[in-house]
Unconditional design. Structure first.
Length: 548
């Protein structure tokens, strides 16, 4: 007898008995069988727990993505490109990463596969799921050449052991350096995923044909439409010998060696310390005068390299008075170039430059520290650089963060010619970092300075010059003043995920170029050491130039 029929029978019997008792009758005698068999009722329904089935190669983020869309799925890595009616294929991008103070920039696929096969002394670390995925793609690795490490320990372990790691794109974070594979990197604009070897395909399978509406619920971990790049540069001063070269060799001459880097960025920053002035005197390359202006036609250099935002915190912005500052602001406005860190009056100087690109909201703020109480900074009734009002900027940073902006804060701090920052400079930079700035950068430094990871903030105390004529030609100038940093920041889906240090050498009193690999290796090794890190000096043969 089926369960439902048995239950109906018992319910009918109990109903008859209750009616009999209700009418005052006696219950009928029940014949007891010779062997008593107790009745154990069968549950009316049994809950069947259905779980998604994941292969060991599936990364955590993809597991969470699938679990969020219900149950009944099977997911595992696939090397079969054929897609059946009840399947979805999901592309997952990985990156070769190393500790941030790694000198090397690029690795060939041949070299990486040699590590996998045990043909080199390198060790490659990765999470268990990543190891399972690449075993499916590349076969079993050589014993001892590849090791799995818990996700939460992976970054610290690579720093301790000075080695490489293979990580999913979503695990890229500030203290990693992402190495290019044959010149390709997922943190670069123009990344070509079809020519990139660190990609896995996962097949999501259902027991029934998948409704087309589900196709958009599962996505790759990489989407180029969520990526934004920002480049920050050091001091620009289009005066003296630099301006003289521009007059003799063309307005765009200084930028020819680095134009592509700045143009490629979504936001290219220039810290121009000098006001434009119609009728500015013809440049004298030998002048020792420290009151500067630039001919208004020199704006052509900034537009040629693709400037997107101009910083006005410099302590020469007010050199030619209010008229020159107002002309300069008019030139920027007419070229649709926003500015920050200075302005027509105090309130204008405090205003952030705001951007929203590929869904990422970015705000620039900056201030001038050495002239904070002097006539060069903006006030209610005159133009100038923004003074460092820390109470104001602390509140403003908090306000912008609450609106979803990632805040970049730049300083015109006191100038010196040392690699290490003054303790007071460290205090001030960390102060705005504590207020919530994601990036804090020193625009004052003619001589490049060290950097640090401070909680969740990247601080670079000074980038050196960009366009300026300091070539070590004067006795008081330190050796190495020609060296320059350009910092490229990679923002993905609202988060700062990577910092790339681009390195240049100034030539001809005006014109930076990319360093050779030998120059770059020496420069980075010196600055990583000065920043308190152990440089990782595994280098390719030192010929050619670094990859921009």
């Amino acid at each position: 007898m089926k369960l439902r029929q048995r239950i109906k029978g018992y319910v009918f019997l109990l109903t008859i008995l209750s009616l009999s008792f209700a009418c005052g009758g006696q219950p009928p005698a029940i014949q007891t069988p010779s062997v008593f068999i107790p009745f154990t009722p069968t549950p009316i329904s049994t809950a069947i727990v259905v779980e998604n089935q994941f292969g060991s190669s599936v990364p955590q983020l993809l597991r969470e993505q699938v679990n969020a869309q219900g149950v009944g799925w099977t997911l595992d890595i696939s090397i079969d490109p054929t897609i059946k009616p009840n399947e979805i294929q999901i592309q997952w991008v990985y990156a070769l990463a190393a500790p941030f103070p790694t000198i090397r920039d690029d690795v060939t696929l041949t070299e990486l596969r040699a590590v996998w096969s045990g043909d080199t002394t390198h060790t490659l670390l990765m999470a268990e799921s990543t190891l399972a995925a690449f075993k499916a793609l590349w076969g079993e690795p050589a014993s001892g050449s590849v090791r799995s490490v818990g996700v939460s320990q992976l970054l610290d372990t690579t720093w301790t052991e000075s080695t490489w790691a293979l990580i999913p794109f979503e695990d890229i974070a500030l203290r990693w350096k992402v190495l290019t594979i044959d010149g390709q990197s997922p943190i670069r604009k123009g990344f070509d995923v079809t020519n990139y070897p660190l990609v896995a395909q996962f097949t999501l399978q259902a027991s029934e044909t998948i409704d087309p509406a589900f196709l958009n619920l599962f996505s790759s971990n990489y989407d180029s439409s969520k990526l934004t790049t920002v480049v920050l540069t050091g001091v620009t001063a289009l005066v003296r010998a630099t301006a003289y070269r521009m007059e003799k060799r063309g307005i765009t001459y200084p930028g020819e060696g680095i134009r592509d880097i700045l143009q490629e960025a979504d936001i290219a920053h220039i810290s121009n310390e000098i006001p434009f002035l119609t009728g500015c005197p013809y440049p004298d390359p030998n002048s020792g005068r420290l009151v500067f202006c630039s001919d208004s036609k020199y704006m052509g250099l900034l537009t040629d390299v693709g400037v997107d935002v101009v910083e006005l915190t410099g302590n020469h912005f007010a050199d030619y008075g209010r008229a020159a500052m107002e002309e300069t602001l008019a030139i920027y406005n007419s070229n649709n170039v926003p500015y920050f860190g200075g302005g027509a009056d105090l309130q204008d100087s405090f205003q952030p430059a705001l951007f929203e690109i590929n869904g990422n909201k970015i705000a620039f703020l900056g201030c001038n520290m050495p002239d904070v109480d002097g006539p060069k900074v903006a006030a209610e009734n005159h133009s100038g650089a923004a003074p460092c009002d820390f109470d104001y900027f602390t509140a403003k940073i908090g306000e912008l963060k609450a609106q979803g902006y990632l805040v970049i804060f730049t300083f015109q701090w006191f100038e010196d010619y040392y690699a290490t920052p003054n303790p007071k400079q460290v205090r001030d930079f960390q102060r705005v970092a504590d207020a919530g700035a994601t990036i804090v950068s020193g625009s004052q430094a003619h001589f490049p300075k060290t950097m640090e990871f401070y909680n969740d903030t990247f601080i670079h105390y000074g980038l050196g010059n960009l366009f300026f004529d300091q070539m070590g030609n004067l006795k008081w100038m330190p050796e190495g003043i020609r060296r320059e940093f350009i910092d490229r920041y990679v923002i993905y889906d609202g988060q700062l995920v990577s910092v790339e240090l681009l390195t240049n050498m100034l030539e001809d009193f005006s014109r930076p170029r990319l360093m050779t690999l030998e120059e770059r290796a020496a420069f980075l090794q010196e600055y990583f050491t000065a920043s308190g890190w152990l440089p990782i000096t595994d280098l390719p043969a030192p010929n050619g130039t670094s990859v921009p």
